[in-house]
Design a protein around this ligand. Structure first.
Ligand code: ADE
Length: 229
């Protein structure tokens, strides 16, 4: 799967791209990530200006249509496969597990990261990207949101997680709308906190029943909206 990221701050992704899971996926050839610096499409060197004040007044600066659209069009041509184009914005459709599962089926995804007050509206009108938000809060730009999407999608690709870390039992995956049950490892006791007895007995039916019950209780307490959407 190929990701093309359009951003003013390509270096933000440096650490993330070299962390273990993603680096392994890249080295195995399962994922390709290409970053494109929007400033490379700015016309007026040496300032390489990409933004300007909004018509009608108001705070902040907008990313300009005459820089962004040619950039995106050029990036689109850099591979055969036409990309699913996503523009990160707090005004977008909320990113969730079904969207991650759907994106994991595509061969190529392009992520447009806004900064400042966002893009000139004509970027959206002309390119018609899917507008996506990672939550009801405002980030300083789309970069962290883009990493969130890549992270959520890449772990669903076959071969990325080992069998021992399969994603199929995840909360929210494939219709699973329960939060995960609590888990324990050694030591059996720490500062008087012990592991629930049922997990130590080796009765797999009892363990499964306990876990299902714990999932239900946790979901009821924290996210009742998932039980009764
Ligand atoms: N850019 C700024 N805030 C954002 C959010 N919540 N989701 C996606 N992109 C953003």
């Amino acid at each position: 799967m190929r990701f093309d990221i359009v951003t003013l701050f390509p270096a933000i992704f440096d650490g993330y791209l070299t962390q273990s899971l993603l680096e392994k996926a890249i080295n195995k050839g399962l994922v390709e990530i290409h970053r494109h610096d929007l400033r490379d499409w700015a016309a007026d060197t040496p300032h390489r200006k990409v933004d300007d004040r909004p018509f009608g007044g108001g705070p902040g600066m907008l990313l300009q249509v005459d820089v962004t659209v040619p950039c995106v069009e050029d990036v689109q041509q850099m591979a055969q496969e036409p990309p699913r184009m996503i523009l990160l914005t707090p005004q977008g459709k909320r990113f969730d597990q079904p969207m991650a599962e759907d994106l994991a089926l595509s061969k190529r995804v392009m992520l447009l990261c806004g900064r400042y007050e966002g893009f000139d509206q004509r970027v959206v009108d002309i390119l018609q990207p899917e507008e996506v938000s990672v939550g009801d809060f405002v980030l300083n730009g789309g970069e962290v949101a883009a990493m969130t999407i890549i992270d959520g999608v890449v772990r669903l690709l076959p071969g990325v997680l080992g069998d021992e870390n399969s994603s199929v039992d995840d909360s929210f995956s494939r219709g699973n709308r329960l939060l995960e049950f609590p888990q324990y490892t050694r030591p059996r006791e720490f500062r008087g906190h012990t592991v629930p007895e049922v997990l130590l007995g080796g009765n797999h039916e009892a363990i499964a029943a306990w876990r299902a019950e714990q999932s239900r209780i946790k979901t009821q307490q924290r996210r009742a909206d998932l039980l009764d959407p």
